[in-house]
Design a protein around this ligand. Structure first.
Ligand SMILES: [Zn+2]
Length: 109
């Protein structure tokens, strides 16, 4: 089996990612013209890591619903955080503090 030639110069043997030869891969600007064909390469709207602004407002859509997924997709497209601190969650809010510390009933003998 003959290895395919470099996608850029078409001459040298491919020994770098993206189907490029060593020379082309390290020539400025060449790599950028040959997108990474790997299925692990970034696709779609990106993987949303790093710092992004919070969404404009929370959603009342419950987690796991199609509505929530649509909200997440919209946020991804907008380049904002997927999660808003005030989004509806499955866990109820903690009980508001009453001010009175709760005491265990004393065991009177
Ligand atoms: Zn080349």
């Amino acid at each position: 089996m003959t290895p395919a030639p470099c996608r850029h110069c078409g001459r040298a043997k491919v020994n770098r990612p993206r189907g490029l030869c060593w020379t082309c891969y390290y020539t400025p600007g060449v790599k950028e013209r040959h997108p990474n064909p790997s299925k692990f390469a970034r696709r779609g709207v990106g993987n949303l890591t790093g710092n992004r602004p919070d969404p404009a407002g929370p959603t009342s859509a419950r987690p796991g619903t199609a509505e929530k997924l649509a909200v997440l997709a919209e946020r991804a497209k907008d380049g904002v955080n997927l999660w808003h601190p005030d989004d509806v969650t499955l866990t109820p809010d903690p009980e508001p503090a009453t001010g009175e510390p709760e005491e265990e009933p004393a065991d009177d003998w």
